[in-house]
Design a protein. Structure first.
Length: 680
């Protein structure tokens, strides 16, 4: 129908066809426009939907990537936030944006932005630190990864704006920094370890070694070593024989390691540790090595030092014991004083303070020197700057006695590092016995000198004493031939007999003294009845008293007295007592006797002679002492009596008054077996 219609129209007249054609064309055009509009709208909707989808995808991508998108309007110099949280919603001026960039990164960021603005670069990628604090507080810096591109309009060579995409990498960078820091720490620990560390692959090939290990093993360089890199761990000593490479386990050894290829001859402490993953699979082999060569040498030296120290300690202990023994034997102490503290310490050996006293108490022990020492201790720099030795009379410091002592004190000053006097030290020794010994020696020297003098006198007297009876014997012997009457001869014979007896006693005394000096005094005690022996002794002694004005008296209180002693020595003592009494007694009596006293026998000889002054009573028992040079005798008899008393552990003495007479006595200890008094 349409075709016919169109054909009819074409066959019509032109005047009629023009309006119709226009109408048709108009309709066709309208239909085409409508169709195109629909197509365009459909495309626009599709493009809009695609744009919306892309925007949503971009939004999601930006959200996932934590990105920020900002736009910098170059003409307005203003930065606005298109997406994200980096800047306030109202945006920032270029100056404000610049203030939020870290001062150290501003120049770099501006440089890259200027290159885009100037058209030198289409895009730039860089990093900078951004301050997220907008309220004036402490800066909160974040690390931003920036990608910027220029926005261009058609026909314009330079961009009108800069679009920047920024990713906040603060957390990532901080984590990386921590990981790097931790890695550096582990690397530092690994490299700076005091022991050698190395890691091997599970099949025994070297992976890495620290500096100590490289030094121990004499590596070729800091990175590698030709020998160890090409030598399998399981082929080296001691692992070759001790480690199962198919089942690696913990291993520890300490031995000498010799690797001639690397000129290694050291003592090593080796520890091998397998490192496994969670499934137990071997992933690494860790080897720790410590060079103990020096330590071993130090240990051996230490043992040697210990032995030497032990010997030294033993020597010190021995020296200290000997020193202490010597100091105790010498009654000596070491001392030290500190002027600042004002104390004196006394030591009886190398260690250990026996006593510590203050200066004030110390000076009180000095006799006659207290004030002088107190003054010296007040100004020690004047008096104690040089070593000195003094001898002082002191009260005892260490002994529980009131006896005065003589102490020798040696002093040496002590100076500090500045040269100031701070104290002193030295020795203090009790010299009392030595002083007393010196005094005794002095006295003995005097006595020896006196004894020498007395010996000279004795020899002179002895010549006289011997010549006198000899002259009498010789002279009266010659006269005896001339006498005619019996009475005259009897008188001369009596004189000759007395002089012979005198000469015999004199010779006996000399021989007794000589025997005592040569062999000591001998005693021959026997069991005897001393009462009977005393009576016999007195019969002989009575004959020595020839002066009719002197009465001889005997006092024997016992009928029987059984004891054990040397009767001969007792007779010798009583004979000397009576002989002296006869010399010095012209009137009165001479009385001899004895009694039991204090588990011994007390014998005495009492006379009414001239007596002895008190100050000379002790001297009469010394050798060669004669109180009267005009009296005949040698001065030896009483000294012999004293020697007998001392030999018997007895006592001897004299009680006398001038003009009243004397009583010489001796006490001899003995055991009484039987006793019977007279009249029982």
């Amino acid at each position: 129908m349409n075709t016919i219609y169109m054909t009819t129209l074409l066959q019509a007249e032109p005047s009629l066809l023009i309006p119709v054609t226009i109408s048709i064309l108009t309709g066709v055009l309208l239909a085409g426009v409508i169709l195109i509009n629909r197509i365009i709208l459909r495309r626009i909707r599709r493009m809009s939907q695609m744009t919306s989808d892309k925007h949503a995808i971009m939004q999601q991508a930006l959200k996932i990537s934590s990105s920020n998108v900002v736009y910098y309007d170059i003409s307005k110099r203003y930065v606005t936030q298109l997406y994200g949280h980096m800047m306030p919603d109202e945006g920032l001026t270029a100056e404000e944006w610049q203030q939020h960039v870290h001062p150290d990164d501003v120049e770099k960021a501006l440089h890259y932005i200027r290159e885009i603005i100037n058209g030198e670069e289409k895009s730039q990628e860089f990093h900078y630190r951004w301050n997220f604090e907008y309220n004036g507080g402490e800066p909160r810096w974040g690390y931003m990864h920036n990608v910027s591109v220029g926005e261009y309009l058609p026909g314009i060579k330079r961009p009108v704006g800069v679009i920047s995409t920024l990713v906040d990498e603060t957390t990532i960078l901080e984590q990386q920094e921590k990981e790097m820091e931790l890695t550096e720490k582990y690397k530092l620990i690994f490299e700076q370890s005091i022991i050698g560390l190395s890691f091997y692959s599970p099949d025994g090939w070297l992976l890495d070694a620290n500096k100590v290990m490289r030094d121990i093993c004499h590596f070729d360089s800091e990175d590698s070593d030709g020998f160890f890199s090409n030598t399998n761990l399981f082929d080296t000593n001691p692992f070759r024989d001790c480690i199962d490479k198919y089942n690696v386990e913990e291993f520890w050894a300490c031995s000498r390691s010799d690797i001639p290829e690397r000129d290694i001859h050291v003592y090593l402490e080796i520890r091998l540790h397998p490192i496994r993953n969670e499934e137990g699979k071997l992933i690494y082999i860790a080897l720790a090595v410590r060079d103990v060569t020096e330590e071993r040498e130090m240990y051996l030296q230490s043992k040697l030092n210990d032995i030497q120290i032990q010997k030294a300690n033993e020597e010190i202990q021995r020296y200290e014991m000997e020193l202490q023994y010597m100091m105790e034997g010498c009654d000596m102490r070491a001392w030290r004083m500190t002027y600042e503290e004002g104390t004196v310490q006394f030591l009886k050996g190398l260690s250990g303070i026996e006593r510590e006293i203050p200066f004030e108490e110390y000076v009180k022990h000095f006799i006659d020197d207290e004030e002088e020492l107190r003054e010296k201790f007040s100004h020690p720099e004047k008096y104690f700057t040089q070593p000195m030795t003094v001898l002082r009379k002191m009260r005892p410091i260490f002994h529980e006695t009131e006896d005065v002592q003589w102490n020798q004190i040696n002093s040496v000053p002590i100076y500090d590092e500045k040269g100031d006097l701070v104290g002193g030290f030295g020795l203090i020794r009790n010299m009392t016995k030595f002083i007393q010994a010196q005094e005794r020696l002095k006295m003995e020297t005097q006595r020896a000198n006196e004894s020498g003098r007395l010996k000279s006198v004795f020899l002179a007297n002895m010549t006289h004493e011997i010549r006198t009876p000899l002259n009498a014997i010789v002279g009266f012997s010659d006269l005896l031939q001339m006498m005619t009457t019996t009475e005259e001869k009897r008188e001369l014979i009596h004189v000759i007999h007395n002089n012979c007896d005198m000469l015999l006693r004199l010779i006996n005394d000399i021989m007794a003294i000589s025997a005592m000096d040569a062999n000591g005094l001998t005693m021959n005690p026997i069991d005897t009845d001393f009462a009977k022996a005393f009576n016999e002794m007195c019969q002989t002694l009575a004959q020595r008293v020839e002066n009719p004005n002197v009465q001889f008296i005997k006092e024997n209180p016992y009928q029987t007295l059984q004891t054990h002693l040397d009767v001969g020595r007792m007779t010798q003592v009583m004979t000397n007592f009576v002989t002296n009494a006869v010399k010095y007694t012209q009137n009165g009596h001479i009385k001899v006797g004895y009694r039991l006293q204090d588990s011994g026998i007390y014998m005495y000889c009492e006379d009414t002679g001239t007596g002895i002054p008190k100050e000379q009573c002790a001297k009469v028992f010394e050798r060669f002492v004669k109180l009267n040079d005009y009296v005949q005798g040698t001065g030896l008899g009483l000294s012999i009596c004293k020697a007998i008393a001392e030999r018997c552990n007895g006592k001897i003495g004299v009680d006398s008054e001038v003009g009243q007479g004397s009583t010489f006595w001796i006490w001899i200890p003995c055991v009484i077996d039987q006793i019977e008094a007279i009249g029982e």
